[in-house]
Ligand binder design. Sequence first.
Ligand code: ADP
Ligand code: MG
Length: 266
Amino acid sequence: MHADHTTRRGEVTIRDLSKSFALNGQPLPVLRNLQLKIASGESLAIVGPSGCGKTTLLRILAGLEQPDAGQVLIDCLPMRGMGAERAIIFQEPRLLPWLTVLGNVAFGLDVQGTPPAEAKARARHYIRLVGLADFETAFPRQLSGGMAQRVGIARALTVQPEILLLDEPLGALDAMTKLIMQEELSRIWREEQVTMVLVTHDLEEAIYLADRVLVLPKEKGAVARLIEVNLPRPRERSDNDFVAMRRRLMAEFGLSRPVMGSNVGL
Ligand SMILES: Nc1ncnc2c1ncn2[C@@H]1O[C@H](COP(=O)(O)OP(=O)(O)O)[C@@H](O)[C@H]1O
Ligand SMILES: [Mg+2]
């Protein structure tokens, strides 16, 4: 963690947050009285069964969705709508097909009115950071899935957010690319000292990247749980402590024995 207690940049406080949707005229409670403080520079993973509200929570944090009750504070101030201190990364990077990698990454700055030369210089810095320096002039259709997602990450970082919100950002990538990207995300998080909130259905990814894991329940009346990941970094997936942590997290889902394959049906 990179806690900076003097300025608390990127600290998130979630107070009594509740959200329901309507399903066939009936209220469908999704988040119930959620309480959580995410420290400045912390890496928090959110896991839970499909439909438990992970995306809803992230969208509320992004300002794309309104809660029914409760409050989100960013650095002790009530959050209002979307803001430049937060950037969100989705599973699909949604690049603009008519712009090059450089154009896509600089786009957010161009929109903000940053002078073009400065926008380009900053975009180049983050393109280098995600390892795509040789692909500045490539168009999205010329990129692999992993490369496209790197562009998405560079684009989010270019506006220098305090808080990076990621919704299953590696979910569409093949297994090998995913492992490489997890290492990249870990490095980028460390270098940028950004607060990271990562939704994932991959328990190993959560343990690899997070300081704490928030487990959202699906059943009515069940409460969210928080699990600390007290493992030194860089983390090694085959370490005994890592494996033990994985077993513990799986037990949270009633999976006491390892199941066949990596997809545990979440
Ligand atoms: N805009 C919406 N209108 C109605 N129901 C929604 C809406 N968004 C999400 N839901 C419902 O809320 C629940 C949680 O959805 P979501 O946050 O996407 O779950 P997760 O990301 O954990 O899979 C689901 O049952 C989903 O159908
Ligand atoms: Mg989701």
